[in-house]
Design a binder for this molecule. Structure first.
Ligand code: CA
Length: 225
């Protein structure tokens, strides 16, 4: 049975969502404040987390930031209608999706199904990738360079993954944007450059090597002849 954690301090919403999800056959844990939510999330074992942003104790964005240090468990943020900044920050921090309150339960259920399906396909088709001393193990959310662990955020990880999967193929900004960010960032291609810079700081600069090559006017490639 797939297990979902609901972190939501509004009792009514939490109970309603819990009942609907149980009805759909999911196992549910609930937390009504940030601290409880974080400690349950850190214990792990969830297939997905529904995370409210405005919470007593620790807010949802901070919880997400801490979860993403060592887990790629899917997270859907529950946000207030006008909280545009929260959404952007949440997606930057590696949330998989968000839904604005009040929401129709059918919409939430559909989004949960999409994400869980994506996760399942990903798990069955992800071999460990190797190139130029880098090893990327997607199922364990781990990257190493010559055996030394490299700490990446979820987006940095999936950007690197996309480049390694397509090594020796020049990836355009648009392709990378679509693969890594999906529909979330329509139009803002410079986000790719920003994250390439983060990766270079964490890998190329730190280990004094040159993994990612810029192809002027086109995009990026990891070359391994
Ligand atoms: Ca709240």
């Amino acid at each position: 049975m797939q297990k979902i954690l609901i972190v939501e301090d509004e009792e009514k919403i939490a109970r309603f969502v819990e009942l609907e999800l149980k009805h759909e056959g999911y196992a549910i844990d609930k937390a009504a404040d940030g601290r409880t939510g974080l400690s349950l999330a850190e214990k792990g074992g969830y297939d997905l987390i529904l995370l409210d942003i405005m919470l007593p104790g620790i807010n949802g964005i901070e919880i997400l930031r801490r979860i993403r240090k060592d887990s790629d468990v899917p997270v859907i943020l529950l946000t207030a209608r006008d909280a545009v900044m929260d959404k952007v920050m949440g997606l930057d921090m590696g949330a998989d999706d968000y839904i604005t309150k009040p929401f129709a339960i059918e919409e939430l259920l559909a989004r949960i199904r999409v994400i869980l399906r994506k996760k399942q396909t990903a798990q069955t088709t992800q071999p460990v990738l190797h190139c130029l001393g880098l090893t990327l193990d997607a199922s364990r959310f781990k990257v190493t360079y010559n055996g030394i662990p490299v700490e990446l955020t979820a987006k940095e990880f999936s950007l690197l993954q996309s480049l390694m999967q397509n090594k020796n193929i020049v990836m355009s900004r648009d392709t990378l944007l679509e693969t890594v960010w999906g529909y979330e960032y329509a139009g803002e291609t410079n986000v790719v450059d920003v994250y390439i810079r983060y990766l270079r700081q964490k890998i190329d600069e730190k280990f004094n090597t040159k993994i990612i090559t810029t192809v002027r006017g086109v995009g990026y490639v990891i070359k391994e002849e």
